[in-house]
Design a protein around this ligand. Structure first.
Ligand SMILES: Cc1cc2nc3c(=O)[nH]c(=O)nc-3n(C[C@H](O)[C@H](O)[C@H](O)COP(=O)(O)O)c2cc1C
Length: 168
């Protein structure tokens, strides 16, 4: 699959088969995240991979959607603000950095035939406790990871003319 085809066909997946994920596939997906560019190459990123039932149970207090727990693996993408590049005006780039790494992970997963769904609507303090995140590590996104049970139809996107201005 070429890159544009990968981007065109990716969907947020909210129903998973129970099949476990091969270690080589999981490693390649995490490698795609690790290799993502970061501001000033600071790499203020940190990923937690959850496979065990007890931790998934604890996460239910942070994000309580039944479908989410049909996936065999849950990944939490975190940033470490103190390690991040900070622009002159004080803007900390850690969330931008982890977002790029997470997108690498999501597209890497799709390339392996695996589905994800970016989840922002969780309770961060509960995730921190459930995953025992080190001090200074902030959870930014959760995603389930697994083989899609169903792949939804494409969702609407704005026309290119609505999101683009060409100067010159
Ligand atoms: C930053 C971000 C936050 C999101 N948060 C949630 C969420 O909390 N729950 C959810 O079900 N989907 C969430 N999504 C998935 C979006 O709803 C989805 O990407 C969008 O509707 C487009 O659908 P598609 O990914 O299938 O193209 C989020 C996506 C992004 C990029």
């Amino acid at each position: 699959m070429d890159f544009l085809e990968l981007v065109r066909t990716r969907r947020s997946i909210r129903a998973f088969k129970p099949d476990s994920i091969e270690d080589e596939k999981l490693n390649r997906i995490l490698e795609a995240a690790r290799l993502a560019p970061t501001a000033a190459n600071r790499q203020p990123i940190y990923f937690v991979v959850v496979k065990d039932k007890k931790t998934k149970q604890a996460l239910k207090n942070a994000y309580n959607q039944e479908w989410f727990y049909t996936a065999p693996v849950i990944i939490c993408a975190c940033c470490v603000p103190k390690q991040a590049w900070v622009r002159n005006d004080g803007k900390n780039y850690c969330e931008v950095d982890v977002t790029i790494a997470m997108d690498h992970l999501i597209l890497g997963a799709w390339a392996e035939g695996l589905g994800t769904c970016w989840i922002a609507a969780f309770k961060p303090s509960v995730v921190k406790d459930a995953l025992k995140l080190p001090e200074g590590v902030e959870p930014i996104a959760l995603t389930p990871l697994g083989y899609p049970k169903t792949v939804p139809s494409p969702t609407h996107r704005k026309a290119i003319s609505d999101v683009l201005k060409i100067i010159g």
